[in-house]
Design a protein around this ligand. Structure first.
Ligand code: 13P
Ligand code: SF4
Length: 414
């Protein structure tokens, strides 16, 4: 049955399609609404033992990856923990594992599937573990944006760069259009590469553009990571950046603005990090004299400007690990990680930057019942919740991912 989307008026004048759930009219947003199996109850006191037993039964056939934002109850079973860059590399480096169970979110599991061999199976314990930021850039919207850039005469001098937090088809778009993937650990190196590549491609004439036109980057989906990296690490000004809103006609920008910009930022954000406010930084400095404010680059530019240190989750962990006893921190990233850091370093004072920010709801979807359910099924020979990327998407997405993994320098380190 096909369902006609309900159109809702938008302030921009463009109707947004609202689909009715449960009618398979929008499989992406219905993904994982129900778990296809019998989940053990969260109250089952034997869950930890069951997970241990299933993991032991699978032995070397199983490798469990855990993103730093996962719950403690899940992270205790991870063979390796990391940020999205480290986990992508770890997945690619485990050819012996038949099952990669990814305790993280959907786009990470897709990347793992792309980077692993065809005989390896990547499992996401709960298919509803998506990412609201990744959902803010859909392939059709990105293709429309590329047409807008072409109409403005700048597509040929633009390198598309997608944050790891994007779906596989967006990564494939980048691979197919001379672009690349970045993570929060390597955004600067990747952007340096992209601007360099754009300049070379232009000079080689392969993209049919005028050598005098300035290379640009179309960066999606996270405007904040793009802006923070461009302005704070690469010496660009805010005026070098323009914001492309996929919900506005022509992105809400003029052809002249596109031609003048160096960074064309997609209007997307993380619904967790985007909520930390500059006022919270001011407030914590009063409440905790001597505090160092440490935030993730997905935070708003105004927050990052007021912080002492900014970096990926791996960076945040290392900054705390090497700090002296008695150090005081206010950390602006996902709460599971901040709580774990506070528990691991009782000799330091570690606070969560903003009282009103919640856990990442989708990261938290992976809980012990889902992990036990997935592991026990695998141990009994049933492959559940496998994440697969189709061959064409995989081919081009891998090009974009591999360009990132091949970069020298800080991208090669943990
Ligand atoms: P990193 O793992 O790259 O630090 O990203 C944070 C994040 O929001 C992942 O969803
Ligand atoms: Fe997505 Fe933000 Fe959650 Fe990461 S923390 S999975 S970017 S919503």
């Amino acid at each position: 049955m096909t369902t006609t989307p309900v159109s809702a008026p938008l302030t921009s004048g463009i109707p947004l399609s609202l689909y009715v759930l449960g009618r398979e009219s929008d499989p992406r947003s219905e993904r994982g609404v129900e778990c296809p199996g019998d989940l053990p109850p969260a109250s089952d006191p034997s869950l930890v033992e069951r997970a241990r037993r299933a993991k032991a039964a699978l032995g070397e056939r199983l490798f469990i990856l855990g993103h730093h934002y996962q719950r403690d109850e899940v992270i205790q079973f991870a063979d390796v923990t990391g940020d999205s860059f480290k986990l992508a590399r770890e997945a690619a480096a485990r050819p012996e594992a038949e099952f990669i169970v990814f305790c993280g979110v959907h786009f990470m599991a897709e990347s793992a599937d792309i980077l692993t061999a065809p005989n390896q199976k990547v499992i996401l314990p709960d298919l509803a573990a998506g990412c609201s930021m990744a959902d803010m850039a859909r392939l059709a919207q990105v293709e429309d944006a590329w047409d807008v850039l072409a109409d403005a005469g700048v597509a040929d001098v633009t390198v598309p760069v997608t944050y790891m937090n994007s779906s596989a088809d967006i990564k494939a778009f980048c691979g197919e259009h001379g672009g690349v993937v970045c993570t929060s650990s390597n955004a600067k190196s990747v952007l340096d590469w992209a601007f360099d590549r754009g300049d070379h491609a232009k000079l080689g004439g392969s993209r049919g553009s005028s050598p005098s036109a300035e290379t640009k980057v179309l960066f999606f989906p996270d405007q904040h990571l793009g802006r923070n990296t461009a302005v704070l690490q690469m010496g660009m000004s805010l005026d070098d950046c323009v914001l492309y809103d996929p919900h506005q006609v022509d992105g809400g920008v003029t052809a002249d603005q596109l031609r003048a910009a160096k960074m064309i930022l997609w209007k997307g954000h993380c619904s967790v990090h985007g909520r930390f406010s500059p006022e919270a930084v001011d407030d914590v400095r009063v409440r905790m004299p001597g505090v160092q404010v440490l935030v993730h680059p997905e935070c708003q530019h105004e927050v990052v400007l007021k912080a002492d240190l900014v970096g990926s989750t791996e960076f945040i962990i290392k900054a705390v690990e090497k700090a002296a006893p008695g150090s005081k921190w206010a950390i602006g990233t996902e709460l599971n990680l901040v709580k774990r850091l506070a528990a691991a370093h009782p000799d330091q004072e570690i606070a969560f930057l903003e009282q009103h920010v919640c856990y990442c709801a989708t990261m938290n979807r992976i809980d012990l019942p889902h992990l036990v359910w997935a592991l026990e099924n695998l141990a009994q020979g049933h492959v559940v919740n496998q994440i697969t990327v189709d061959a064409k998407t995989e081919h081009f997405a891998k090009i974009a991912l591999q360009r990132m993994l091949d970069l020298p320098g800080e991208t090669a380190k943990d």
